[in-house]
Write a protein that binds this ligand. Sequence first.
Ligand SMILES: NC(=O)c1ccc[n+]([C@@H]2O[C@H](COP(=O)([O-])OP(=O)(O)OC[C@H]3O[C@@H](n4cnc5c(N)ncnc54)[C@H](O)[C@@H]3O)[C@@H](O)[C@H]2O)c1
Length: 447
Amino acid sequence: MDAVPSTPGKFKTERAYYQRLLLQRWIHNHRLFVSVLIGFAFLAVVLLLSPHPSSSLTSSRRHLSTYGHAPWGGPAWEKHVRASASPRVRPSSSRRSISVLVTGAGGFVGSHASLALKRRGDGVLGLDNFNDYYDTSLKRARQALLERAGVFVVEGDINDPDLLRKLFDVVPFTHVLHLAAQAGVRYALRDPASYVRSNVAGLVAVLEAARSATPQPAIVWASSSSVYGLNSKVPFSESDRTDRPASLYAATKKAGEEIAHAYNHIYGLSITGLRFFTVYGPWGRPDMAYFFFTKDILRGKPISVYEGPDHTTVARDFTYIDDIVRGCLAALDTAQKSTGTGGKKRGPAQLRTYNLGNTTPVPVGDLVAILERLLKVKAIRKVMKMPRNGDVQFTHANISLAQRELGYRPTTDLHTGLKKFVRWYLDYYSRSSSLGKKISGIGGLSS
Ligand SMILES: NC(=O)c1ccc[n+]([C@@H]2O[C@H](COP(=O)([O-])OP(=O)(O)OC[C@H]3O[C@@H](n4cnc5c(N)ncnc54)[C@H](O)[C@@H]3O)[C@@H](O)[C@H]2O)c1
């Protein structure tokens, strides 16, 4: 009967008091368990409120995934990376082999340069995001060629700092040949942000990874003849002004040269910038004039041949791919070591800029005439004023500095180089049943 409350309210108060008492005693007896519980709850709240929960999860997943499947990571993937980047042992050779990270290896210049390095016994690892700026099947075909030669091309973006750090952790690269970029001049009208992402932010990401690496590699990277912009004094020399770009592409390459200066100055990175002049050849870029002229001439489609004001000539210093590759390799071979360690500069480091051109500008009309002879097809020419979309009227390289310091000597004239291009083109596209699908011409004279 004592348990029966005199009023319901009194029962509630007594029961609550009793329950509180029991709870206090339980907590007292299980102090350790309660502390652990509170700790877990706190951890859960912190994880939920963390600003980048997905990135940390993604990166740990990445490290678990195995080679062959993007994303990257795992012991088999690392083994493949190491094997590709290891130089061949050549005891008799006087030249010390190097280990090179080639960014943009799925691209035109990157694939040729990677093959040339591998052929002479250097270690090469490629990196490319295989973006669809132009036909990705052409990039994949280049990748297959590289794989057959023993060059592994990691699929990833230069803006991924975890991936870059991992690559430098796995391989002590002596050099980086940085060619990944958003190329082309006219495409900036459609996607300007891609130029900032790859050519500015991407370059900074590569230089950041390089300056933190031990050892710090020497960097050779692709600038462009487009930095000469609206200059009218020819031929273009490295000491000429470069502060009047005619396109966003040119502006990002110019920005790259200034960024290179800052990283050389602050971190002691050895950096060489190469200003390529309109590179052409087999496995070339479908967005360039010599490439899509060939396609259109063969299809009987009209081609637009530009002229300057008052019917003046538009001309380019067309440079054959093998000459460019020899220039890249000479720049790598003559690059001094970076001087920094642990992200800190230990002394002044090399900073160089070279023109890599052919020194023989050819009017675009003559380019078409050579293609007509090689293809044995008459082009349907539509002569028109050059639109103001970023292209410049004339390029001509003074290469005496590269000649003196790199031993650079271009040896291929436009007719010989185009003959090799046309032979490759006919062979490559005759193996494809759907010519149209393989080529996506975006259009542009140079890059
Ligand atoms: N071909 C020329 O006439 C010419 C002239 C002057 C300068 N260049 C420069 O030379 C370099 C190579 O040019 P190319 O003609 O071989 O061009 P390309 O487009 O064939 O090669 C560039 C490669 O970089 C890759 N890439 C782009 N952004 C990337 C990113 N964020 N992360 C990873 N990979 C990325 C692309 O997928 C592509 O395969 C570029 O820097 C270009 O600006 C070329």
